[in-house]
Design a protein around this ligand. Structure first.
Ligand SMILES: [Fe+2]
Ligand SMILES: [Fe+2]
Length: 445
């Protein structure tokens, strides 16, 4: 063994001495400052479909899907099969053509495709892929809503907005793994920091993969999803055009607000998105009609700016004065909001006061790393600052249970709204009222 080792040792030292000189120039490279990858390279559209996103639809027999490609694609289609247990035969797939719009952004030109998969049966698992006949996505799956489930769940998320790829991804993944069977994912606005920045949307889609490919999204815009057309007049804001180019939300809202104001029904629930960046009166006139014909047991309304803010400087009594009486009058059960970059949840509230067997629970939450100071309002019962969260909502005919969990999967809040046959409500809280309000990181103690 000895001579062998010696020979190997000689060979090894020869190899090192002959390779080392050619490696030496690398030392210079290691000492260079790191280079930032160009945005165009990082988020460039290619022939390969990306940013694939399912959205909720008014008709559960239809599943909309949107995606992005480079501009050479001229035959965008989606192929669909009922998911088999074994290999998928593309020849057995039904094909649906997509409508396409061209988008110009700092990343260059790209195409956004929208297809609506129709004729779906409730409670079935489908496999689909998007492409152009040559370049295809993976076969991803989605399940159509059950028509008569015992219960089902959905996820609610507050602002993601900042450092999305870096710090939202872990929360999105925790939520997805915790609630893999979510019927849909609802996002309460400020999805990105600047709605007209295509690269930030690139981060958003990357952070939420593969969720957006397999679970339908519904979202309402926040102030940051708007753009400022004239930098000299920052008061004028318009919804970034990309919102409706890349998301196919229901178009049943008022004229001019389609795609940000809408509703859809799932078992026992009428779910409404309002847009608090736009005048509220026309939206409430529309909602009056939508709720007049509402036969669902539960009404859930989502929008961006909170009715009961957990930050003094962000509180708006005029917004509250318009929305709260409307929700009291229409007996809305749950209001989901964002914007405050905290977690804050009220008890049952009716006519701006605590209520016992009627009223509305208001909740705002935050997914991303941007965190604001907490200033509780008297009606708040559960609060958290310096915490990233996701909410799992479980729906049955008689109950709405909301569990708010931190980025670590720990339960921060857990409450259940119960509704009796006579329509009376009861709020059951799993915890005593709770406030988690540490000093922000880096604050001198
Ligand atoms: Fe906001
Ligand atoms: Fe925000």
């Amino acid at each position: 063994m000895g001579p062998m080792l010696t020979r190997r040792g000689v060979l090894a030292s020869f190899a090192v001495s002959s390779v080392l000189p050619s490696l030496l120039p690398l030392r210079g490279m290691w000492n260079r400052a790191p280079k930032r990858m160009a945005l165009e390279d990082r988020h460039r559209a290619t022939l390969q479909p990306d940013r694939i996103c399912l959205t909720v639809s008014e008709d559960p027999a239809i599943q909309p899907v949107t995606w992005r490609t480079s501009t050479e694609v001229d035959t965008p289609v989606v192929q669909v099969v009922e998911a088999p247990r074994g290999p998928i035969d593309p020849k057995s797939a039904q094909e649906w053509k997509a409508a396409t719009v061209a988008v110009e952004s700092a990343l260059g030109a790209s195409l956004r495709h929208t297809a609506r998969i129709g004729g779906l049966t409730p409670g079935r698992l489908y496999a689909y892929r998007v492409g152009d006949g040559e370049n295809w996505s993976e076969w991803a799956t989605f399940r159509t809503p059950e028509s008569q489930p015992k219960e089902y769940r959905f996820v609610y998320l507050g602002d993601s907005q900042n450092d999305i790829l870096g710090q939202v991804t872990r929360v999105a993944r925790a939520a997805m793994l915790d609630c893999p069977d979510a019927a849909f994912v609802a996002h309460g606005g400020d999805l990105v920091e600047r709605g007209d920045r295509d690269d930030l949307w690139g981060e958003w889609f990357e952070a939420y993969q593969p969720w957006t490919r397999q679970t339908a999204l519904c979202a309402t815009p926040g102030n940051h999803d708007y753009r400022i057309p004239d930098p000299n007049n920052r008061d004028v804001r318009v919804l970034a055009e990309i919102w409706n180019q890349q998301f196919d939300f229901p178009k049943n809202g008022p004229e001019g607000l389609k795609g940000s104001v809408y509703f859809f029904d799932r078992p026992w629930v009428r779910f409404v998105s309002l847009n608090t960046m736009e005048p509220l009166e026309p939206q409430l006139r529309w909602l009056e009609r939508v709720l007049a014909g509402n036969t669902q047991r539960w009404t859930i309304v989502m929008f961006h700016h909170p009715v009961y803010s957990s930050g003094n400087e962000r509180d708006s009594s005029s917004r509250r004065g318009i929305l709260e009486p409307f929700f009291s009058r229409h007996n809305v059960d749950l209001v989901l909001q964002g914007h405050d970059h905290t977690y804050a949840r009220t008890g049952l509230v009716r006519n701006d006061r605590p209520a016992k067997d009627q009223g509305t629970v208001y909740l705002n939450s935050v997914t991303g790393p941007k965190q604001y100071r907490l200033t509780p309002a008297p009606l708040h019962r559960s609060l958290a600052a310096q915490t990233q969260l996701y909410q799992i909502v479980t729906v049955t005919a008689d109950s709405l249970r909301v569990v708010a969990k931190t980025a670590l999967g720990e339960v921060h809040d857990d409450f259940t709204l119960r509704k009796g046959r006579d329509g009376s409500k009861r709020l059951v809280e799993a915890f005593r009222p709770k406030v988690y309000n540490p000093a922000p990181a880096g604050t001198p103690s």
